[in-house]
Design a protein around this ligand. Structure first.
Ligand SMILES: [Fe+2]
Length: 225
């Protein structure tokens, strides 16, 4: 295989995968450069498929946290039930794209898995000016979430930084470019700062080693985010 063959060959670079693996281990979060996991064609395909999915506004997270974000459900993970694709053909086609063999292989290397990961939940996020995602812990939505994977689908926006809080005294601020993929452990609190201008769009999915029913217990049902 020649290096210049196509973008896909970069998915298989052992050297790059190891570098990202180490950074994820050390920091709990890593940004994978554009074109490594998703080519421009992949991004265009996601953009096209997501137009077929209905959108809802979410203002309350699983833990009573505050949000203001527009969400399209691709795969849902309700408490007490196994994950399932949301209604419509496009949702299955997006999951198929995410689970393509070379991409799953590369991601598995970065996550340091010996067994396969399953996508438990997947959704599109759209944040017009004034929107934000309040501080939360993904593991509160599903205790079996291991990593969240966030694919950046927009470039012309201001604000909307992804901020991770490894402890009460530290914060890591990320501004991933279009096509970059941010991977973070679901065990760290994080937020998306308010968008000031333009529109921030992303595809978010949550990977787990467990495929059974969601083991989260809830008394009252809140909008899932
Ligand atoms: Fe999150």
């Amino acid at each position: 295989m020649t290096r210049a063959m196509n973008d896909r060959s970069r998915l298989l670079s052992e050297e790059a995968l190891t570098k990202y693996r180490i950074e994820l281990l050390v920091k709990g979060t890593v940004v994978i450069a554009p074109q490594m996991l998703f080519t421009q064609d992949d991004l265009a395909r996601i953009d096209q498929l997501q137009t077929q999915i209905p959108e809802e506004e979410v203002r309350l997270g699983d833990a009573g946290d505050s949000h203001n974000v527009f969400v399209k459900r691709v795969r849902v993970d309700p408490p007490g039930r196994p994950p399932s694709n949301a209604h419509g053909r496009a949702t299955g086609q997006i999951i198929e794209l995410l689970e393509r063999k070379d991409r799953s292989f590369a991601l598995k290397k970065i996550l340091g898995a010996s067994s396969d990961y399953v996508i438990r939940r997947c959704q599109m996020h759209r944040l017009p000016p004034g929107s934000f995602v309040g501080i939360h812990l993904d593991a509160e939505s599903d205790p079996d979430f291991d990593y969240s994977v966030i694919v950046q689908l927009a470039r012309d926006f201001e604000g909307g930084e992804f901020v991770v809080y490894p402890s009460a005294y530290e914060q890591q601020v990320f501004r991933p470019p279009l096509g970059a993929v941010l991977v973070t452990t679901c065990k760290l609190r994080h937020e998306v700062k308010p968008v000031h201008a333009g529109e921030r769009r992303s595809l978010v999915y949550f990977c787990s080693k467990r495929s059974g029913a969601n083991r989260r217990n809830i008394e009252s049902s809140a909008d899932d985010l």
